[in-house]
Design a protein around this ligand. Sequence first.
Ligand code: MRU
Length: 358
Amino acid sequence: MRDRLLAAEKVKAIDWRDGALYLLDQRALPFEETWLAYTDAAGVAQAIKQMVVRGAPAIGISAAYGLVLAARKRFAAGGDWKAALEADFSVLAGSRPTAVNLFWALNRLRERLDRLKPADDALAALEAEAIAIHESDREANLTMAQLGVDLIRKHQGNVQALLTHCNTGALATGGFGTALGVIRGAWLEGMVERVYADETRPWLQGSRLTAWELANEGIPVTVNADSAAAHLMKTKGITWVIVGADRITANGDVANKIGTYQLAVTAMHHGVRFMVVAPSSTIDMSLASGEEIPIEERDGSELLEIGGKRVGADVEAFNPVFDVTPADLIDAIVTEKGIVERPDTAKMALLMCRKRLH
Ligand code: MRU
């Protein structure tokens, strides 16, 4: 499957070349493919905040490259450049609060900085670390695709309809996608009849990004309103809901795009299986449960306006962009270290002791 996934690869959202970070502007998709160049940490932090780049792994990878850009500037300015770099760590860490991959990636660079020996080329070492973060995310995606497909096959391998939420594809990661990687793999194996993509209000990651990625590859995709999910499960033979994650806590609770929690409740009611696919960089063992995850709230205008034009009444809007699905509603968490079925604290701890499978 790995080779077939590699051969089918079409979309790339992050490019590191010629001393700059290039990001495919996801705000303009699916109508325009515009690449924006970034050469400093403040620019990268703004790109994350404004959702030029989004999706937990992609945010982490971008922040890592942002820190490398910052280190180059601080080093060139001379003096105690490592102390000066602290301000850049803070700017990048302040861009979005929920996806732990951001903090995980910045921590990896901090640890690399702390391990530097006097003879080391500091800038080359930091760049190598950021590239390793990017490349290992691509590898993790490929491993998870295989594991997720095996899991579908184990339970019910025939051709089926799948439901996904938000965008978890190449746009959201360093490569093929988490949940969407599994869906791509299942399609390549002839196991998918149709993918239903929740529209994903208010930012429309489903109708703008997931539908675009799948249609580009000829995978049959139908967009539905988020509120159609229960009806879909009842009438369209959905066998699995497959989603990504922004942060998974030590007990297996999962923060993901707003609307995921209600999908899990609905799936349980209809006997539809619920799979979360995320690299181990999304697992935050420092938090005991999902109660402790900071949930980002964005401006109400995202709900009350469409394309900059007001469509809602002149009132306040509540716009949390993530929610927490309790572990007991989840059938399986698929990571590059392996699968945890019916997650709980003991199983999550065991998973984190394992090595990556690639
Ligand atoms: O607000 P976004 O678009 O960054 O939210 C993205 C999601 O919720 C994804 O499901 C999650 O980050 C996993 S992406 C592989």
